[in-house]
Design a protein around this ligand. Structure first.
Ligand code: NAD
Length: 503
């Protein structure tokens, strides 16, 4: 049986091309389950041209008609969610309930975008000067592009496209080449919802296609989510080509655990946040900063290890699985080598997932939950984003030292504190240098009516994604000053700078 080709969606229709083939694998078995033929410059040029033509029509479409498409799209995604979950889990490896969670969070953004007639309301001031009124509103940009990572193949595209489209733009999605199929279902649902052809397109490919997008003169804005080095590259190259760019990078998210925290509840939360999706979430907790002496931190480490040991690791096709494989053999090898190094440096591997084998899935890219205590900050296990099911534990004598540890790191996506002290929580919230903060909440991904974004090496650009900041990113301001003088009262024109005497 031949391997299915994973198409592009150009002008509302699926199409494959003869570009360089890229295999898509099932991480639970290692089997090749699909193949992409990367889009080249010719397909990109054609897609941008069609998207530009579609923009001319879509941006003139009334707000009520646009809202109707968004509402319908929401309904269709909800109705077809099982199919999207299946597409995600087959290529990413995460469990079906985890895939369902990302669809629910993505739907929040669609629901926000459904409010577009309200969101796009401008402001108006009557009589700013005699017979002069001023009004401000925001216009769409044109053709926008989204470049997305493997770890959320539906949610991250849904962070971007619904808001861009609601605002009147066309949108070209370049999904991760590792799990590209969910994007095809989304494209089909946009069409079924009544979105005109060409407003939403999907082009499959890797780094070459990204670089072609960054240089394309017909693309006005680029939203990127992925690892820090590529985010920085996308920001610098896209900006140099005159585009508006928001580029979200990697992370190392800390959880500070105070001695007054409830240990059982906290350990439970940390296990879910550290090992869920095999640690492959940009908001995963990957470093625990345990505050206090051995008598306080020892039981915490023990509780995390005990809970982590009980996690059932396996393929998404088994309903018992709580955690799936990592995305690739290279990722698995890298994770294991980082744990080996930390151990050789003297850290204690309290829970060891390096040797895990899942019966019947020996070729899968599985790594079991791993907990390393006493990691040095110079160790790769702390200094690099691991993006696997590995939690490292650092120790701090008090809250000040713990906050300093978080703030001295290069990233600034999320950070959480577990405590029963309101004063400690408030000080942490005010002093920590991350874009998102959790108080007794391990993964503080903001609700759809807020916006998502980090600081430092976790975000290049000014605006966060989705919510109001997403709307700002996909629109630009226009301010109109209009004068309709009553001819009977018209004064003579003055050569001075226009102003009205205040006295
Ligand atoms: P990645 O950076 O490897 O890939 C992201 C996108 O960039 C993909 O579409 C890929 O095709 C493209 N790309 C890869 N290499 C490129 C290159 N050399 N030049 C141009 N484009 C290239 O990231 P990933 O492995 O798919 O995803 C995991 C990373 O994404 C992690 O670092 C994670 O923290 C990060 N992430 C961040 C957020 C956030 O909100 N800050 C959210 C999700 C994921």
């Amino acid at each position: 049986m031949s391997t299915p080709t994973i198409d592009h969606v150009i002008n509302g229709r699926r199409r494959s091309t003869g570009g360089a083939p890229i295999d898509v694998t099932d991480p639970a078995t290692g089997a090749v389950i699909g193949v992409i033929s990367a889009a080249g410059q010719a397909e990109l040029d054609e897609t941008v041209e069609l998207a530009r033509a579609a923009f001319e029509v879509w941006s003139r479409t009334s707000l009520t008609k646009r809202a109707a498409v968004l509402f319908k799209f929401r309904e269709l995604v909800a109705a077809r969610r099982a199919e999207i979950e299946q597409a995600i889990s087959a290529e990413h490896g995460k469990t079906l309930p985890d895939a369902g969670g990302e669809i629910t969070r993505g739907l929040e953004i669609v629901e926000f975008a459904c409010g577009l007639p309200h969101l796009l309301q401008g402001t108006y001031s009557d009589q700013v000067s005699t017979d002069v009124d001023t009004y401000a509103y925001r216009e769409p940009l044109g053709v926008c592009a989204g470049i997305t990572p493997f770890n959320f193949p539906a949610m991250v595209p849904l962070w971007m496209a619904p808001i861009a489209i609601a605002a009147g733009n066309s949108f070209i999605l370049k999904p991760s080449e590792r799990d590209p199929s969910a994007s095809l279902v989304l494209a089909e649902l946009w069409t079924a919802a009544g979105l005109p052809d060409g407003v939403f397109s999907v082009l499959q490919g890797g780094a070459d296609l990204v670089n072609a997008i960054l240089a394309h003169p017909g693309i006005e804005a680029v939203s990127f989510v992925g690892s820090t080095p590529i985010a920085q590259h996308v920001y610098e190259v896209g900006s140099a080509h005159g585009k508006r760019v928001q580029a979200l990078g990697g992370a190392k998210n800390h959880a500070i655990v105070m001695p007054d925290a409830d240990i059982t509840e906290t350990a439970d939360q940390l296990v879910a946040a550290g090992y869920g999706s095999a640690g492959q979430r940009c908001m995963a907790i990957s470093a625990v900063v345990a505050v206090g002496g051995e008598e306080e931190t020892g039981p915490l480490v023990k509780a995390i290890a005990e809970r982590g040991r009980r996690i059932v690791v396996g393929p998404h096709t088994s309903a018992d699985s709580e955690m799936g494989p990592v995305i690739s053999p290279q990722s698995r090898e890298r994770i294991i080598s980082i744990v080996d190094e930390a151990e050789a440096e003297g850290a204690r591997v309290v829970l060891d997932g390096r040797g895990l084998r899942v019966a019947g899935y020996e070729e899968g890219y599985f790594v079991g939950p791993t907990l390393i205590d006493g990691v040095e900050r110079t160790s790769r296990a702390y200094a690099e984003e691991i993006f696997g099911p590995v939690l490292v534990v650092l120790h701090a004598k008090d809250l000040d030292e713990a906050i300093a540890i978080v703030n001295e790191g290069p990233w600034g996506n999320g950070a959480a504190i577990f405590t029963s002290s309101g004063a400690a929580a408030r000080r942490f919230q005010r002093e920590v240098q991350t874009g998102m903060v959790g108080i007794n909440v391990p993964i503080p991904v903001p609700a759809g009516s807020f916006s998502f974004g980090g600081r430092k090496a976790s975000l290049f650009g000014d605006t966060h994604v989705y919510g109001r900041e997403g709307l700002l990113f996909y629109t630009r301001a226009k301010v109109v000053t209009s004068r309709w003088p009553d001819s009977a009262l018209r004064p003579a024109a003055s050569m001075a700078f226009p102003s009205e005497a205040k006295h």
